[in-house]
Design a protein around this ligand. Structure first.
Ligand code: NAD
Length: 244
């Protein structure tokens, strides 16, 4: 029997990058997996796809309800959907601050709120939030993004305290720079994407980016019953960037 067989998982932002690698690994370990994303059309069997925008409460509630119906419950929630922002406090206006917090922070609040009744009914209720080393590393040119991920870290700790006596664990992962379509899009904007990628790799302590699969492995560990006594922690997968 596979390690996660009988468990039901929901992954937001599961159509790409870290979320997709996590959905695939959960499925490979035997879980039944629902992917919730803006456009889950690229997701195919055995994963189930649901369309929702985590910045829209009604769409989140509808997608979580539909996924819980189809899966027969939810044991594992992976709050992974997120967006980036570059710049100092002078570079992003109020609307950008509201938008990034709406997706990166309130997206977790909305999805967790909708999933909690199902997590309470589970014998292995577990939440993993995709945070970032930006939460703690003091990265330049990332004021808004870092503040949003700092809020995700604090939210993780508070949620862990609130729900531990209900048997629900809450943890987060803090990836360093991970090789996903997100980073690919940033590199594509450079004058010479190949040279920019080589320079980015060279800046990493390990000489390469973290892979989406490496982050997924950490997420799946935290989500699984193997980590039954682990709650309220942040696991860095940052290739030695030492953001914590
Ligand atoms: P990605 O762009 O490859 O995937 C993100 C997914 O989230 C996409 O499928 C996208 O459609 C979905 N999404 C975005 N906004 C959404 C919304 N409002 N509602 C529903 N779905 C939405 O990015 P990734 O690199 O895999 O990033 C995933 C998570 O990892 C994010 O939370 C990001 O902040 C975090 N992270 C990434 C890195 C990195 O270097 N790639 C580093 C640290 C943390």
């Amino acid at each position: 029997m596979s390690e996660l067989s009988g468990l039901r998982a929901l992954v937001t932002g599961g159509a790409s990058g870290i979320g997709r690698a996590t959905a695939d690994l959960l499925s490979a370990r035997g879980a039944a997996v629902a992917v919730v994303d803006l456009d889950p059309s690229a997701v195919d069997k055995p994963l189930l796809g649901y369309t929702a925008d985590v910045s829209d409460d009604a769409s989140v509630r509808a997608a979580v309800a539909a996924a819980a119906d189809d899966l027969g419950g939810i044991d594992i929630l992976i709050n992974n959907a997120g967006i980036g922002a570059a710049g100092t406090v002078e570079d992003n206006d109020d609307a950008q601050w509201h938008r990034v917090f709406d997706v990166n922070v309130l997206g977790i609040v909305r999805t967790t709120r909708a999933a909690l009744p199902h997590l309470r009914a589970s014998a292995h209720g577990s939440v993993v939030n995709t945070c970032s080393i930006a939460a703690t590393a003091g990265l330049p040119q990332r004021a808004l993004y870092s503040a949003s991920k700092g809020a995700v870290l604090s939210l993780t700790l508070a949620m862990a305290a609130d729900h531990v006596r209900e048997g629900i664990r809450v943890n987060c992962v803090n990836p360093g720079t991970a090789d996903t379509p997100w980073v690919g899009r940033l590199l594509d904007r450079a004058a010479d994407p190949d040279a920019e990628r080589a320079a980015l790799n060279a800046r990493q302590p390990m000489g390469r980016l973290v892979t989406a699969e490496e982050v997924a492995a950490a997420i799946v560990y935290l989500a699984s019953p193997t980590a039954a006594s682990v709650t309220g922690t942040a696991l860095a997968v940052d290739g030695g960037m030492q953001g914590l």
